[in-house]
Design a binder for this molecule. Structure first.
Ligand code: HEM
Length: 206
């Protein structure tokens, strides 16, 4: 999960069983696409969740907002699982050696926290809905399976976790964005650039 030690591998490792690192350049196009897709969906899921929370109880608006919120949240869960699998086989490029150890440690901790929270939040949201007996549909296309029995207590615990968890999301995203801006504006190094398109073009010739 953590970037530490990623620097050992070389791009295009010959052993097919060995993970392929992105080398000293940028993240792979797949890693970049998954990252920015999750960014967009995260903005949507939080906005929809807050809008649903302030809509009148038992209103159609609230039900619609929650349906899209749940569907977007489950899409994030799916993408996060893909990200973990991708990262496992394609470790990210190492952080620049100019970074102080404390800076690198903070970056790794924030990344780990973001992976965990974007997996735990959809799971808690799903549990809250499923244990309350209403999972609803996935974007109106098919019923989301209910994998747990109805359990009011469990549902209430899960929703409490979900509501508190949003503040962990805000904190980690704020740290992450502040870190990216610090590198781009103050240190003017390539840390942010590794997740941007131009790096992808430079490395992959597209
Ligand atoms: C990364 C994924 C998710 C994030 C970041 C997220 C975030 C949020 C936020 C910010 C709220 C508003 C809380 C408030 O009103 O203060 C919320 C509410 C809620 N979310 Fe999620 N959510 C996610 C995924 C899900 C999923 C997958 C489900 C269900 C399958 C779900 C179900 C709910 C429910 C039932 C509410 C309560 C709305 C209410 O009764 O006020 N969430 N979520």
């Amino acid at each position: 999960m953590d970037d530490a030690g990623d620097g050992a591998g070389a791009c295009g490792a010959t052993n097919s069983a060995a993970p392929v690192t992105a080398g000293a350049g940028g993240y792979s196009p797949v890693a970049q696409a998954l990252h920015w897709l999750v960014v967009g969906l995260a903005i949507m899921v939080v906005s929809l969740g807050l809008a649903a929370g302030s809509a009148p109880h038992n209103s159609a608006t609230r039900a619609d907002l929650l349906l899209v919120h749940r569907s977007v949240g489950l899409t994030i869960l799916l993408l996060m699982v893909l990200r973990v699998l991708w990262r496992w086989r394609h470790p990210p490029p190492p952080l620049p050696p100019s970074l102080a150890r404390v800076e690198a440690a903070l970056a790794h901790l924030t990344h780990l926290g973001l992976y965990l929270i974007f997996i735990l939040m959809p799971l808690a949201g799903y549990l809250a809905s499923a244990a309350a007996g209403h999972t609803g549909t996935f974007f109106g296309v098919f019923e989301i399976p209910r994998l747990v029995p109805v359990n009011e207590r469990l549902s209430q615990w899960a929703i409490a976790l979900h509501l508190v968890g949003q503040y962990v999301v805000y904190l980690l995203v704020a740290l992450h964005v502040a870190g990216a801006l610090y590198h781009a504006v103050i240190r003017r190094d390539e840390v942010l650039g590794r997740m941007l398109w131009h790096h992808r073009s430079a490395r992959f010739g597209s």
